[in-house]
Design a protein around this ligand. Sequence first.
Ligand code: BDR
Ligand code: CA
Length: 323
Amino acid sequence: MTAPDAAGPGSVIPVPVVLDCDPGHDDAVAILLAVASPAVDLRAVTTTFGNCSVEDATRNALRVLTLVGAHDVPVGAGAAGPLRGEAALGNYVHGVSGLDGPAMPEPAFAARPEGAVAVLAEAVSSADRPVTVVATGPITNVATLLTEHPGIAGSIAEVVFMGGSTERGNHTPTAEFNTFADPEALDVVLRSGLPVRMVGLNLTHQALATPDVVARMLALDTAVGRTCAEWMGFFGSSYRALWEFEAPPVHDPCTIAALVRPGLLTWREAFVAVELEGRWTRGTTVVDLHHRYPDPPNARVAMTLDAEGFWDLVLDAVDRLGG
Ligand code: BDR
Ligand code: CA
């Protein structure tokens, strides 16, 4: 995904990226990884309802960017709810604020008044190369962008989203939280004709923040390292209580890792659909790995993660952010 830079061997031309998210502890780590990675040109961070209200998600995004001094990243607040139905919120996982745990700085800058869709449109259309759209929350803002700005697809390289699974769910027995929270929006994206990559629970459950990982965060002896460790503490206690995980799966930065270090993940092409009507299965992704349906593949689906390499990448990024 990164090309050798004409400036010299070993350097890279960064991938232009917009990150649409609902921070959230793992979204926060995704933001840190994107900010710290020379392979990423982070052009905007936009927010959605999801792990908390959109107001809290926006405040959390601004606080995370403030923590690492990334005040120049445009932030836009987006959807307060899904395209259809009521908003599902993930406070039961991420706490009252959506990012409970360590004390965080107050935002040192404000979100742009024009909102997420306008911020995304500007960030995508002003780039000198097609932009990668990464979504780590309900994918409502991206669907709205594609619907309200139909011409913008030509400026998008691909959509990489965290959501769904080849296996079972977490918010319901079959549906992952992000795809449950706005299945109609995911349907728009999957039918858009854009290249789509899905990073689902089957992949992200390989990215566990084990005690060893948390110890490495603390051993950095930096403010950002300690904050990450405390995020993992809160997130881990939710995962222990709700799903009996011994260590929390840190879903969202797997999307950014796929851009920064493509060799860390393996992929399968498949037809992916999302259930819009099921009585028990609304929001469930149907991933046709064995070509049982006549429909041609419309996505690449992440299958395996080099977890050791992933954590080396994240720890290195956190180390570089210092604090
Ligand atoms: C997804 O839901 C949220 O809890 C996380 O931030 C992640 O994006 C995992 O199902
Ligand atoms: Ca998220």
